[in-house]
Design a protein around this ligand. Structure first.
Ligand code: PRP
Length: 182
């Protein structure tokens, strides 16, 4: 079987070992901050699923988990700015310490939308952990409470992130140049 995705000449931005180290650090920091509480982790599909699976196993805490399906990008490389729910949360978040888990914070439209729709359900607290932060691209003034890596304005794939639904399975975060995406 050929592995075209792994053979592509796309440069590694964050190797898997570096991601694993940072996820361990984030897990320790979050566990310290939520000591004595049971945070409710809400992973934002689809991109956050790989990060969430690794992060949750680094939390020395009782946690509960849920997923919310959101899409903000069309089939191209740029955000449409339009956010849609594709799968709602399954259980009530009222009175809960909700920690949203994202793969990437980019323009901020998605997180702003999530703050608006989830606040209505009156969680006790609402925070965001994101693996990647493209702070230079921010359009809406939001910030994450926990950030794995701040990255430059390049199109990244792998470790859950896609281009046209491909590359999510790559173990490293890689930069996809437009000429690689044909
Ligand atoms: C990505 C990411 C965030 C959003 C961030 O999702 O998972 O949800 O974009 O961008 P923003 O800050 O500009 O709003 P995407 O729409 O690519 O969907 P996916 O997670 O299913 O790949």
């Amino acid at each position: 079987m050929t592995e075209p995705s792994r053979d592509r000449s796309v440069e590694v931005l964050l190797p898997r070992e570096k991601i694993a180290r940072r996820v361990r650090e984030l897990g320790a920091e979050i566990a310290r901050d939520y000591r004595g509480r049971t945070p409710h982790l809400v992973g934002i599909l689809k991109g956050a699923w790989v990060f969430m699976a690794d992060l949750v196993r680094q939390l020395d805490l009782d946690v509960t988990v849920d997923f919310l399906g959101i899409t903000s990008y069309g089939a191209g490389m740029h955000s449409s700015g339009e956010v849609k729910i594709t799968k709602d949360i399954d259980v009530s978040i009222e009175g809960r310490d909700v920690l949203i888990v994202e793969d990437i914070l980019d323009t901020g439209h998605t997180f702003k939308f999530l703050q608006e729709v989830l606040s209505v359900h009156q969680p006790r607290s609402l925070r965001l952990v994101t693996l990647l932060d493209k702070a230079s691209r921010r359009v809406v003034p939001v910030h994450a409470d926990y950030v794995g890596f701040e990255i430059p304005d390049v199109f990244v794939v792998g470790y859950g992130l896609d281009f046209n639904q491909k590359y999510r399975q790559l173990p490293d975060v890689r930069v996809l140049r437009s000429q690689d995406s044909v």
